[in-house]
Design a protein around this ligand. Sequence first.
Ligand SMILES: O=P(O)(O)OC[C@@]1(O)O[C@H](CO)[C@@H](O)[C@@H]1O
Length: 318
Amino acid sequence: MIITLTANPSLDRTVDLGAPLNPGGVHRFTADRLQPGGKGVNVALGVQRAGLHVLAVLPAAAADPLLPLLAAEGLPHRASPMAGRVRTNLTVLSSPDVTTKLNEPGAPLSAQEASALETALLDAVSAGDDVMLSGSLAPGLPADAYVRLVRAVREKGAWVGVDTSDAPLAAIAAALASAAPDFLKPNAEELGQILGLPGEQLEADAERGELDGVRDAALALHARGVGAVLVTLGGAGGVLATDGGAWYSPSAPVEVVSTVGAGDSATAGYLIGRALGEDPPARLARALAYGTAAVGLPGTTIPRPDQVRPDPGAVRRL
Ligand SMILES: O=P(O)(O)OC[C@@]1(O)O[C@H](CO)[C@@H](O)[C@@H]1O
């Protein structure tokens, strides 16, 4: 089974201004959509739509409006108790093609709620499962929460991946010697955070076809114990470093509708490829195709397999 943890889930509200964003002005929405969100929820939706056995674990009160949205999606989930409400993250679409994301910090978890979340996850995990720890940590969770969970999940004989940023990512990077995850999915900015390099530079280099920096960084993380490193580079494609070397795939051209959830869709594609027993280049192609498909869909919409066109022929060794 594939299990995702969303330590700070969200209701994703996407509003379209149909006009340029004018700070200080009054805007009226031309469209408004509410979807379940949070990185682990998004990954789980992608995996579930591919017909794989999945469970999304997250904190949410029994009456939280997020839970009926998950049920409506048919997503198997387990919610640990929480007194506060799940945050609402706002995506503002304005012309020409600008996406502005306003994320709430999330309601704080008490020590008891934090421990209930950890228990809900670990009770669900069995040997042989794939576990994905995704997104920011709700306030109240310590920055090294994922480090501890990587160790605990491993002890249960499961595979574990992480996709996070800022302080929780720094904690993972600092603990690689003793708690390297099996999979890490940084974007260019997060790779930069790990290496102390400007992420925009890595992405700009990749856009010019200069991939040495990203390749070397991803291979260095692999050498430090991370089983596979998938670096997503937006429109510039992605790099996978794992046993056997590093590969690059460009992204197929797509009309950008919403980039929200594209990275999570790429993670879902990678997990699906893993479950299908694909080799690394094929997994990279599937991951990138999922990310590209997500970019062409509105709001936080995670693609179905029939919307995804992997192109293993476009993958090359670096
Ligand atoms: O604040 P975090 O946890 O880093 O990110 C949360 C979030 O922006 O990530 C998802 C897209 O990746 C959205 O569904 C959600 O709103």
